[in-house]
Design a binder for this molecule. Structure first.
Ligand code: PXP
Length: 242
């Protein structure tokens, strides 16, 4: 199972001072040397953390896999086609939100998303849709020609009881199976950390996890190499035990 490391929060810290450090580009080598399989970043419309310059440099520096999260806007599509990440993950975006809240509603916005997927694919970019673990969303993602669905694990991660957590886990598990049967490739992410990752990592149909906040948070105490290395170990152990 691959681990994509979201590095946005390095830029969040830099933007707190609006100076040049810490530079999100500098963390890439450490993440890759520690076993990270890819770098994930989100260029937001309001540029609250990552900047255009970061994305351009990341494209030059990342040796593994670069996954750009973005809203399906004309500005972002133009940037993606010019910079050429390996993958684009389409996400919903609201200015007032603290982080991405819930999956993209691909049923509601199907025509627009279809057009966006076609443009990205014509530029040779693999496409992923960040959606809630919901059958209608998955079927629509398949019909729109997405390569991947990234199942939103936020409800699982934020569950307030063991019962709710197990219900959310079951939903993610069954939707991962459904997506895979439809021929979609499956990843998952949002809110995952060293404590809740193992149950998700045991789901065979999920081939990649994308994790940001908890890794950068832990890195403050132990360093990013240790944070990535121990996360990879937990994921590998969970895969062996399933
Ligand atoms: N996947 C997607 C689509 C996201 O938008 C985010 C947050 O940027 C993540 C994964 C990572 O979530 P977290 O930072 O909670 O690990």
């Amino acid at each position: 199972m691959r681990l994509g490391v979201n590095i946005d929060h390095v830029a969040t810290l830099r933007e707190a001072r609006k100076i040049k450090e810490p530079d999100p580009v500098q963390i890439v080598g450490l993440v890759e040397m520690a076993g990270g399989d890819g770098i994930v970043c989100h260029l937001r419309e309001d540029r609250r953390h990552l900047q255009d310059r970061d994305l351009e440099l990341l494209r030059q520096v990342v040796k593994t896999h670069l996954n750009l999260e973005m809203a399906a806007t004309p500005e972002m599509v133009e940037i993606a086609c010019r910079v050429g990440p390996d993958m684009v993950t389409l996400v919903p975006e609201k200015r007032e939100e603290v982080t991405t809240e819930g999956g993209l509603d691909v049923v509601k916005f199907r025509e627009h998303i279809q057009e966006t997927i076609t443009t990205l694919k014509n530029s040779g970019i693999v496409t992923s849709l960040f959606i809630d673990p919901d059958l209608e969303q998955i079927k629509t993602a398949r019909n729109l020609g997405a390569d991947f669905v990234e199942l939103h694990t936020g409800e699982y991660a934020n569950a307030e009881s063991e019962h709710q957590s197990q219900q959310e886990l079951e939903q993610i598990r069954s939707m991962a199976v459904a997506a895979s049967k439809l021929g979609l490739r499956v990843s998952a992410g949002h809110g995952l950390n060293h404590f809740n990752v193992s149950q998700i990592a045991r789901i065979p149909e999920i081939e990649e996890l994308n994790i940001g906040h908890s890794l950068i948070g832990r890195a403050v105490f132990v360093g990013i190499s240790e944070a990535v290395r121990t996360m990879k170990e937990l994921i590998a152990q969970a895969r062996e035990q399933r």
